[in-house]
Design a protein around this ligand. Structure first.
Ligand SMILES: Nc1ncnc2c1ncn2[C@@H]1O[C@H](COP(=O)(O)OP(=O)(O)O)[C@@H](O)[C@H]1O
Ligand SMILES: [Mg+2]
Length: 220
């Protein structure tokens, strides 16, 4: 499903080169979940951006869902992101001018994968039934997070990339929602690669990997 081979990425900043990823190797199966751990600045977000084709590696390969992500033109990557990926960030990036239901449907509508039954199931499981005609600013942060989760799953992507998706919510309520999130991802048959600092959150995942000194290592 996702295969990363000998990936290198550096940034040039103020005339200095900083090596961030230095030979990352990584395989991820379909319908599996992985927690990506590592200290701040270790390159977790960089790795997610490269997988999504939002940035290019210096060298190495990223193979995902039949795409050569490291090499394909931007138009092919945009189509891949729309149909096969979800990105969930700490800031939920809901669209303020769209109602909650239109936010939930946004990506599924773009890739013509609306599914009324599945939509109903997500809304019920996430407890959003009474919020559908409201707008994002009228919801609490916790409710906004649930909307972001519903939106990330309705089109049944192969892979969900989540970068500290708790949005600074308190640990107890995030844990509850993240447990639900990983369960819904499984139900959708999708895979989940989630950056998190929480050991408890990481425990929900099938595997845990640590990014350190530019390389990824499995945590036993
Ligand atoms: N666009 C960029 N330009 C220059 N340096 C960057 C850029 N993005 C990230 N970095 C640097 O790369 C390192 C890894 O960043 P990041 O991937 O955001 O780490 P993490 O998500 O693990 O906290 C950091 O030292 C950061 O300052
Ligand atoms: Mg980060």
């Amino acid at each position: 499903m996702l295969s990363i081979k000998n990936l290198y990425k550096s940034y040039q900043y103020a005339g200095l080169r900083q090596n961030v990823l230095e030979g990352v190797d990584f395989e991820m199966d379909a319908a599996s979940s992985i927690a990506l751990l590592g200290e701040s600045g270790s390159g977790k977000s960089t790795l997610l951006h490269l997988v999504a084709g939002l940035d290019r590696p210096d060298s190495g390969e990223i193979l995902f869902a039949g795409h050569r992500v490291h090499a394909e033109p931007e138009a092919a990557l945009a189509a891949m992101r729309r149909a096969q990926l979800s990105l969930v960030f700490q800031q939920f990036h809901l669209i303020s001018t769209l109602s909650i239901i239109d936010n939930i449907r946004f990506q599924a509508a773009l890739c013509q994968r609306l599914d009324a039954r599945y939509e109903h199931e997500l809304i019920e499981r996430l407890g959003l039934g009474a919020q559908l005609d409201k707008y994002p600013s009228q919801l609490s942060r916790g409710q906004q997070q649930r909307v972001a989760i519903a939106r990330s799953l309705l089109h049944k992507p192969q892979l969900v990339l989540a970068d500290e998706p708790t949005g600074n919510l308190d640990e107890a309520s995030s844990l509850e929602v993240m447990g639900l999130f990983s369960e819904l991802v499984k139900r959708a048959g999708s895979s989940l690669l989630m950056v998190t600092h929480s050991k408890a959150m990481a425990a929900f995942m099938d595997r845990r990997v640590n990014l350190h000194n530019g390389r990824l290592a499995e945590i036993e």
